[in-house]
Design a protein around this ligand. Structure first.
Ligand code: 6R9
Length: 559
């Protein structure tokens, strides 16, 4: 198997940890104020601490949109967070209250979240493109009392259906019937009291959709900072002078953990880009800001790839030094493309809303095996188990499990102990992720699919990811989603949904060529019996993951 060796250059982890050495998370504790005081607050560690330590003039946030650029120092951020925190307090927000934040990617979203956390509230960031129902389900589930939003989003807030909602704050100056947090903040002091809480007190809530039922509220506690800081340091490799950009909105856990908390904990400059994806706009931000560390998702990398070399060559992207990916399997083809396009490897990372921070990753110092998510990070132990909870032999597929003692693990599933318990079917020792994976002799973990995505065709188990990645190697294919389609004879057949790259048109000849392409390069049984060309693949709204479940349903209904 091809192995990509690390590039030259030094990384934070070099001097701090050697491969094979044990690592205990306690080692990180002295980095924080609570190590001495026993009391903690995420906002203090993200913002105030840097000002107190003389980094107040350093740029904390750097915002780009089509019409505007803003830059905020750590001191600016501290003052505004404090003013907003005072306004929230004046309106009765207190420790443990739920404060939902429904705002676009903008510094105000950061300020709102940090202000709520500063006074001990539990913040619930909502994805900017949510429609009425999604907003309602989430706020209703935990009887949310407060919401910070903007006037352009108000028509998606079904106020009448949300009796628990007391105050709605808007980030505009005058809107009848709402509290303008921005104008009230102008009258407030630049200082605010920090609500010192315990490590296990609630910090934020993110709703995740399972395969059934309504989304579940995953609550994290302030202790997540131990791992969020440390993974920022070792996995993202954030250093003093980095300009860092995570493309996710805080409504997705990635945007909260690695777009807001981890970079601020590490004291770097965070880039925020308002607006939608376009290859031109994104490359432009990288060039203008001089982004050095970039964290995005496979879908974004694939879109940049299919936007073509001509577009990319128009921008100076030489500031980039470290690329990362999360959320979906990272196809080897994307890694090879990035090597050509940027001269850099893409470092995959694996984690979940429930896990609170990265657990498996390609550390900057390790070899990368394209197709693998990497290995457990220091302080994390992973295994691949069978249905009974026994370890599977190396090289064989099973349930991905993590020894349940990492600091960022969720605190609870809101009002749903049963759901919480379902992650621990074999007792407290192992957390079962719901992903299927293979671990090789060297401990590298290869993602195979969600447990419910595996395909069983005539008794052969086929992971959709492998077939998708193979299809992607063909230059006609821009994106691919592979599912099992019910079949009377074979149980299931492999069915591929694809989108084409710009110069290709769908015809029988091409589809046959693709079938043969997979058959010759992978295996006959893995070659899609059916291929359907789509304009666009269905994706999760928040994180852009290909929705295999939707593709499956489509097949059942459409035949
Ligand atoms: C952070 C995040 C979690 C699920 C997870 C898995 C998939 C995440 C991945 C990956 C393959 C990776 N996933 N990272 N699959 N390779 N590097 O994505 O959280 O939205 O809760 O999703 O996403 O299936 O179980 P969340």
């Amino acid at each position: 198997m091809a192995v990509l060796t690390p590039a030259e250059g030094s990384h934070n982890i070099d001097e701090e940890w050697k491969e094979g050495e044990p690592f205990h998370w306690e080692r990180v504790h002295p980095e924080f104020t609570w190590y001495e005081t026993g009391k903690v607050n995420m906002t203090y560690e993200c913002v105030d601490r840097h000002v107190e330590q003389g980094r107040g003039e350093k740029k904390a946030l750097w915002y780009f949109s089509e019409h505007e650029e803003q830059s905020w120092t750590y001191l600016d951020l501290q003052k505004e967070v404090n003013r907003w925190a005072n306004v929230l307090k004046n309106h009765g927000v207190g420790k443990g209250d739920f404060v939902f934040v429904f705002l676009p990617k903008h510094p105000h979203c950061h300020v709102a979240m940090l202000a709520a956390v500063k006074i001990g509230a539990v913040v619930g960031p909502l994805f900017e493109a949510f429609m009425e129902e999604a907003v309602r389900d989430r706020i209703k589930d935990c009887d949310g009392e407060y919401l910070i939003t903007s006037s352009e989003f108000l028509d998606r807030v079904p106020k009448k259906e949300l009796p628990s909602l007391g105050t709605i704050f808007v980030t505009d100056d005058h809107v009848e019937g709402y509290v303008s947090i921005t104008s009230e903040a102008k009258k407030e002091k630049e200082e605010a009291m920090t609500e010192w809480v315990d490590l296990n007190d609630g910090l934020n809530i993110h709703y995740t959709s399972g395969s059934t039922g309504k989304p579940k509220g995953i609550i994290h506690a302030h202790r997540v900072m131990i791992q969020q800081y440390q993974t920022g340091r070792w996995v993202l490799d954030l250093k003093e002078d980095d300009i860092y950009w995570c493309t996710a909105h805080p409504g997705w856990v990635t945007g909260t953990v690695y777009g807001v908390f981890a970079p601020l904990l590490n004291g770097v400059t965070t880039v925020i880009h308002g607006g939608r994806f376009s290859a031109e706009a994104w490359y432009d931000v990288i060039e203008k800001a001089g982004v050095s560390v970039w964290y995005s998702a496979p879908t974004a990398y694939r879109m940049l790839k299919s936007a073509g070399e001509d577009v990319r060559r128009r921008y100076d992207l030489t500031s980039l030094r470290h690329l990362l990916s999360v959320g979906e399997p990272l196809n080897p083809e994307v890694i090879y493309w990035a090597q050509e396009a940027f001269g850099l490897r893409v470092h995959d990372t694996w984690w979940m809303t429930e896990t609170g921070a990265q657990l498996i990753a390609n550390l900057p110092t390790r070899n990368i095996k394209p197709g693998s998510m990497g290995r457990p990070i220091p302080g994390v132990e992973a295994a691949v188990l069978d249905e009974e909870g026994q370890e599977r032999p190396r090289g064989e597929v099973g349930h991905l499990a993590i020894r349940a003692d990492w600091p960022a693990i969720m605190k609870e599933v809101w009002k749903n102990e049963e759901k919480y318990a379902s992650y621990f079917p074999h007792g407290e020792e192992w957390y079962i992720a719901g992903d299927l994976a293979i671990m090789d002799e060297d401990g590298y973990v290869f993602f195979q699919g969600r447990s419910d995505d595996m395909i069983n065709a005539s008794g052969e188990r086929i992971g959709p990811f492998e077939v998708e990645s193979k299809l992607l190697e063909h230059e006609a294919v821009a994106e691919a989603g592979v599912v099992g389609k019910p079949d009377e004879v074979r149980g299931e057949i492999v069915k591929a949904f694809i989108t084409l790259t710009p110069t290709y048109v769908a015809n029988e000849e091409l589809l046959e060529e693709l079938r043969l392409f997979v058959k010759r390069r992978l295996a006959a049984h893995a070659a899609p019996k059916e291929i359907e060309v789509m304009e666009e693949l269905p994706k999760t709204q928040i994180s852009g993951k290909i929705l295999r479940r939707k593709l499956k349903e489509r097949d059942r209904v459409g035949g």
